[in-house]
Design a protein around this ligand. Structure first.
Ligand code: G3P
Ligand code: MG
Length: 245
């Protein structure tokens, strides 16, 4: 099934496939991303590090967790990283390959993991902008727990939508995201509450919650009025009939 990205500012409840459909295929691989699109997910979330002149798509700082390699992502050569198996024979993808694969079919939420990712991500998004007339909304959203990198994205290109990631419940709720100029605030399913959601909405921010893999949590999130969830199992959100732990 083909799908189309949904503008994150829309009122639709948004399913963001977390590291692709990572409950079904190896996380952060092109296989997991294609699977998510086939399942109908309008958004794909991926994690990136900058290595040499490229952006590589992987979550952990260390390679042992998801690949047959060893050591730290940032301390290895691009050639070495690209020689590894990230599961089912998949390579660690480049972000540009993710854009090539998803183009026009799903939006990409690029989560900046490593240092020095803001500038190359802004540059790459600029290269791909031509396929998306006029606006950035609806096909790319840059997020990070590293708010300095996010601020850098804003300063380099204020038109690129950013989402501010947080884990706990700050005393001033979603103010940090508003101060960054974000369109959305991304917070943990373990911590989010109605007061936080209401505060974010008052500030004009969407709330996207990670990582929702259980039907009871999804129900709770919908009741709380959040605007979308990250999930390893897109079918949970898209059909509402399945539960995964
Ligand atoms: O971007 C949402 C979520 O992916 C943040 O946590 O550790 O899974 O990257 P993590
Ligand atoms: Mg992530």
């Amino acid at each position: 099934m083909k799908t189309k990205p949904v503008d994150p500012s829309s009122s639709e409840f948004i399913c963001l496939a977390h590291r692709g459909a990572s409950g079904h295929e190896p996380e952060n691989t092109l296989l997991a991303i294609e699977k998510a699109i086939t399942m109908g997910a309008p958004w794909i979330e991926v994690d990136v590090f900058a290595v040499e002149d490229e952006l590589v798509v992987i979550h952990d700082e260390r390679l042992e967790t998801t690949t047959n390699g060893t050591g730290c992502v940032m301390k290895r050569s691009l050639a070495y990283l690209r020689s590894l198996d990230a599961g089912k024979g998949q390579k660690i993808p480049l972000l540009r390959e993710v854009f090539d694969l998803t183009k026009g079919r799903a939006g990409v939420n690029v989560e900046l993991k490593g240092p020095g990712t803001a500038a190359p991500v802004v540059k790459l998004i600029g290269e791909y902008r031509h396929g998306h007339p006029g606006r950035y909304d609806g096909w790319v959203l840059v997020s990070s727990f590293n708010h300095r990198e996010l601020a850098k994205v804003r300063s380099l290109n204020p038109d690129i939508p950013i989402g501010a990631l947080g884990f706990g419940l700050p005393p001033k709720h979603a103010k940090f995201a508003q101060d960054l100029g974000a369109v959305s605030v991304h917070t943990s399913v373990a911590r989010v509450n109605r007061a936080f959601v209401n505060d974010a909405h008052r500030r004009g921010l969407k709330v996207f919650v990670y990582t929702v893999n259980r039907a009871d949590d999804l129900k709770r999130m919908r009741a709380m009025g959040v605007n979308g969830v990250f999930t390893n199992f897109p079918e949970l959100v898209l059909s509402g009939h399945h539960e995964h732990v």
